[in-house]
Design a protein around this ligand. Structure first.
Ligand SMILES: Nc1ncnc2c1ncn2[C@@H]1O[C@H](COP(=O)(O)OP(=O)(O)OP(=O)(O)O)[C@@H](O)[C@H]1O
Length: 305
């Protein structure tokens, strides 16, 4: 999936501005950002539910509305639209009729693992059970791109664990690309190997989790003689994403421009530390790793189109 200079303007203003990135195939990508950052908007455009105001989104090299993209993409929305009067079995039958590559066994297995009765009407199920059925429909479609909008918010921890396991197994077996918005950092650490962070409608981070983490260091040092000013001077060459002083002790999350001078204890930050630091510091320039960048020529062409 690629976004080329994508922007979306609603009546109240811009929800997303000038987002350009590439999500390589086969990744499980966490889409993270504060409430109202533009995550649902971005996913809606990839699923062809919304049209961008500027730029364009491409999936499998085509427009999200193309027959190929529609066939190969499944979108699980936050509100899980299912027909309340259908039974679970009828819901799966509808999935089978609408999708040529339907995998009935995969869908049934997910329903069965939660002991959800096939003859129960959707309207009588609990929120979590409905989410499970929606998952079953999304998996049954055997998509190459699975877009999940906060899929776990109404699931208990055991079910969340089980469905995430099923998701990872499915993605590993079939090379499925997953784009999943979430506020649960634990989910990110365990499940995602790729990350896209947006805040205030703009891209903050995009790239493989390992590469993003290892592009930063968390530094801790004591600056008894000079205080925070000494730390600032020692880090002047580097991009300081976030720093805190606790007496003489300075902790800084840094994107180093080369070797770091001074007496620091250096560690690779956790994903959570990295995320929080970028979300707290809107003035720091975004980091888009090489593999996540879209070429300038393609970008210019797509924006002009
Ligand atoms: N249909 C709409 N009409 C007007 N404004 C909208 C519409 N949909 C979204 N917005 C606005 O666009 C911005 C981005 O919303 P979006 O739902 O994409 O955020 P989000 O990152 O998914 O948030 P959350 O984490 O709360 O789900 C918000 O300011 C929201 O109020």
């Amino acid at each position: 999936m690629e976004a080329y200079g994508v922007g979306k303007k609603y009546r109240r203003g811009w929800a997303l501005k000038d987002c350009s990135f590439r999500l390589p195939a086969g990744r499980i990508c966490g889409l993270v950002g504060p409430n109202g950052a533009g995550k649902t908007t971005l996913m809606g455009m990839a699923a062809d539910l919304l049209a961008p105001t500027t730029g364009s989104v491409r999936v499998f090299g085509t427009a999200p509305g193309s027959p190929e993209a529609q066939r190969r993409t499944a979108f699980l929305a936050q509100e899980k639209p299912l027909y309340r009067r259908f039974t679970v079995a009828e819901t799966l039958r509808l999935g089978r009729e609408l999708n040529p590559g339907w995998d009935q066994r995969a869908a049934e297995n997910i329903v069965r693992a939660g002991n959800v009765p096939f003859e129960a009407r959707i309207g009588t199920l609990s929120g979590g059970q409905r989410t499970r059925v929606a998952f079953a429909v999304a998996f049954g479609k055997r998509p190459d791109l699975l877009i999940l909008d906060e899929p776990m918010s109404d699931l208990d921890p055991l079910v969340r664990h089980e469905l995430m396991g099923a998701l990872m197994a499915e993605a590993a077996a079939h090379g499925t690309t997953v784009l999943m918005s979430t506020h649960m950092l634990a989910e990110l650490e365990n499940v995602c190997d790729h990350l896209v962070v947006i805040a205030d409608g703009g891209l903050r981070l995009a790239g493989g989790v390992d590469e993003l983490r290892s592009a930063h260091v968390r530094l801790t040092g004591t600056f008894q003689a000079t205080g925070p000013a000494g730390a600032d001077a020692a880090l002047a060459r580097h991009t300081v994403v976030d720093s805190r002083a606790d007496g003489y002790r300075i902790t800084a999350l840094v994107r180093p421009a080369g070797p770091v001078d001074g007496v620091w204890q250096a560690e690779t930050p956790t994903l959570e530390e990295l995320l929080l630091a970028y979300l707290r510091s809107p003035q720091v320039p975004p980091l888009i790793t090489n593999e996540s960048q879209v070429g300038d020529r393609n970008l210019a062409k797509a924006v002009a189109a």
